[in-house]
Design a protein around this ligand. Structure first.
Ligand SMILES: N[C@H](CCC[C@H](N)C(=O)O)C(=O)O
Length: 269
């Protein structure tokens, strides 16, 4: 039985997009992992399933990491949905309703309000989340932010000098994080200008992480490293972050449609 898929990416954070609005798809961890595998499958950082929305949502969005874990939010994929559909949309996700609109650079999305208390991240026990009293070698005193998914943000002098492939993996799986964690490192490169990298929960080092950029913006603002609209440079390119009058995080940036493909479900069982 064959199916169509669409390859898209947000600054190189790449996705397999499945349109399940006419034919519902029952995804599971093993199948998500098989489809995401870059050697034996189609290959992606995350698998995105677009379904029919209900109530005020135009569509629903399911997000599966390459390791097969289903997660609550994906900023770069949220920008891809209006580009895929060719119109502005309200998207229902496990993290709530998201407003995603086409824009000159690709898309502009309202990623909602960050959650900042230790039990909303979540952490395994109570702790100040602005400057957490913890360290992993030279990465210390991070800020924790939940953007629908959990993040920690470390401020460093040089993001390119960090052994991030090793440390990111260690931190992701630390028992302080009962749901694991996305790990971000950031440096200030100018007034309201940051440079960052992300080790993603369930996907490892990626070219960009949209919710990571949102969490990093929130952390930098809380630490008074920036004030107002901010440009953030990620390995795959640039995002523009701001906060609206309701405290929602607004993210603008590219979203790219690459190609449509056909495959057979039997190849991934
Ligand atoms: N790895 C993330 C999900 C994908 C987020 C990222 N690709 C983005 O653009 O926000 C997690 O496990 O929470």
């Amino acid at each position: 039985m064959t199916f169509s898929f669409h390859k898209m990416h947000g600054l190189g954070n790449d996705f397999i997009v499945l349109d399940a609005r006419k034919n519902p798809i029952q995804m599971n961890p093993a199948l998500a992992q098989a489809l995401s595998n870059r050697h034996t499958g189609i290959g992606c950082d995350q698998l995105i399933i677009i379904g029919n929305g209900k109530n005020q949502a135009d569509v629903s969005m399911e997000i599966w990491n390459a390791d097969g874990s289903e997660v609550e939010a994906c900023g770069n994929a949220t920008r891809c949905v209006p580009v895929f559909l060719g119109r502005d949309v309200i998207i229902s996700t496990a993290a709530g309703l998201l407003d995603a609109r086409l824009s000159d650079e690709g898309a502009c999305v309202d990623m909602g309000r960050p959650r900042l208390s230790w039990d909303e991240i979540p952490l395994a026990y109570a702790m100040d989340t602005l400057s957490m009293p913890v360290a992993w070698e030279d990465l210390k005193e991070p800020t924790a932010v939940n953007m629908g998914n959990p993040h920690v943000v470390f401020v460093v002098d040089d993001v390119d000098a960090v052994d991030f492939g090793r440390l990111g993996n260690i931190i992701e799986h630390d028992q302080l994080f009962p749901e694991r964690i996305n790990v971000n490192i950031v440096m200030v490169t100018g007034k309201n200008h940051l440079k960052m990298r992300t080790w993603e929960r369930g996907a490892g080092l990626t070219r960009a992480c949209g919710t990571g950029a949102c969490a990093t913006f929130v952390a930098a603002k809380r630490r008074r490293l920036i004030s107002g609209k901010t440009q953030i440079d990620l390995p795959g390119g640039r995002l523009v972050l701001d906060e609206n009058s309701e405290g929602h995080i607004i993210m603008r940036g590219p979203a790219t449609y690459v190609f449509k493909g056909e495959a057979d479900w039997a190849s991934f069982s």
